[in-house]
Design a protein around this ligand. Sequence first.
Ligand SMILES: Cc1cc2nc3c(=O)[nH]c(=O)nc-3n(C[C@H](O)[C@H](O)[C@H](O)COP(=O)(O)OP(=O)(O)OC[C@H]3O[C@@H](n4cnc5c(N)ncnc54)[C@H](O)[C@@H]3O)c2cc1C
Length: 407
Amino acid sequence: MGAAIAWQLALRLDPHDEPVVLLEKQELAAGSSGRSGAILRQQYSDRVLAAMARDSLRVYTGFERATGRYIGFVRMGVLTLAGPVQREEQELLRRNVAMQQELGIEVELLDAEGIQRVSPGIAVREGTLAAFEPSGGGVDPLRCVEAFAALARENGAATRVGVRVESIAIENGRVRGVQTDDGFIEAEEVVVAAGAWSRALLERAGIALPLRAVRPEQYFKQMLEGPITPEDLRARDEVEARFAWTKPQLPTPSHPVLLDLESNFYTRCQPHEGRTRVGRMDYSEDAEIADPDMLDENVSEKYVEWARERLEERIPAYRAKKDAGTAVGLYTLTPDAQALIGPRREAAGLWVVAGFSGHGFKLAPSVGEGVAQMVCGQPVSAFDPEFFDPHRFDGKSGAAWGRAFGL
Ligand SMILES: Cc1cc2nc3c(=O)[nH]c(=O)nc-3n(C[C@H](O)[C@H](O)[C@H](O)COP(=O)(O)OP(=O)(O)OC[C@H]3O[C@@H](n4cnc5c(N)ncnc54)[C@H](O)[C@@H]3O)c2cc1C
């Protein structure tokens, strides 16, 4: 988010009069972003989110062509599937698809036969329903954050990696800048997009935010390779011809991204790593983290077995593939699983952009644009600022916490 915002701010501000500085304490994408599945889906039930996902997907899709920078974009389709007895989930998918089609999103409902047609390797029972977005896919999150930061620099921003913000200086109700471990930086506007670290940083400035960090476990198998459709192959060839000098030869995914509401998992091929990721659709069982700098990287055998079983049951060809590692992630949650984005009333010039609750990567282009519009005092067209109001939980300390990222 920080890199996307810095890029969009740099496009709008004069580097001499109003320089933009991106501060990163460790390395680019050191937090949630570098651990992300970076799936680009438009399957949401909120219009605001669906529209952002649509607009951001357009940016990701055209990014390599428009900027000449590689982000590992792969269009492989996204299939969100509800089982035969999941009446509520099926109803949700029907409503979502109708709303998304109104927004101009390319998405259709498929029955079991339709799912087989799109992806013959996916085992489904009669009565299964899915929403299919042929234009969805994923990116390589590391290369993507690096590309956003490079564009920020190209447009006049400075990126200072290895510089930690220790505190935010606030005087007479206005920010003055930030104290870092490499000196004080004066600033009229400070955007806190520090992921799981945002809560502690803002607490030190006397601002309490309803943010919790959890640690989702991830499991990987060797990727199942193979073309999806002739059309996908053609699109791939075009990109490869244009970026042959930067783009490594990537294997082709053999199935769409799958969000499986019946078995409560998601999976995506990650051609940039040659492996397939499996994660849980909810975070009710993820351990809470007190200090994101002390992340326990161990993944339980119980999770590995659960994930392997889910994947092999749904896509049986994976039985022939080997385990390909595990990882842990970092989600920064809010009670309603939507981010806090906007100005904080405690100090003029202070902005918060945090709490993406496990589904922010796909939205980053829209978030970057909308936050830059806000900070520059421009009309906000990238999203509805009210939806993300960072004060919406004020006085609601007993707010119930959700268990899953919204669909
Ligand atoms: C396993 C996993 C799978 C996911 N899958 C998807 C998906 O498929 N699709 C999707 O859309 N989203 C997905 N997400 C969510 C998405 O990755 C996050 O919402 C997004 O990366 C959040 O970005 P961020 O910039 O807010 O936080 P981060 O990426 O955590 O960035 C915050 C940065 O701030 C730096 N920082 C912190 N404190 C300081 C300080 N004091 N000074 C300087 N720098 C500091 C950190 O080092 C870090 O690099 C997934 C997340 C995980 C963990």
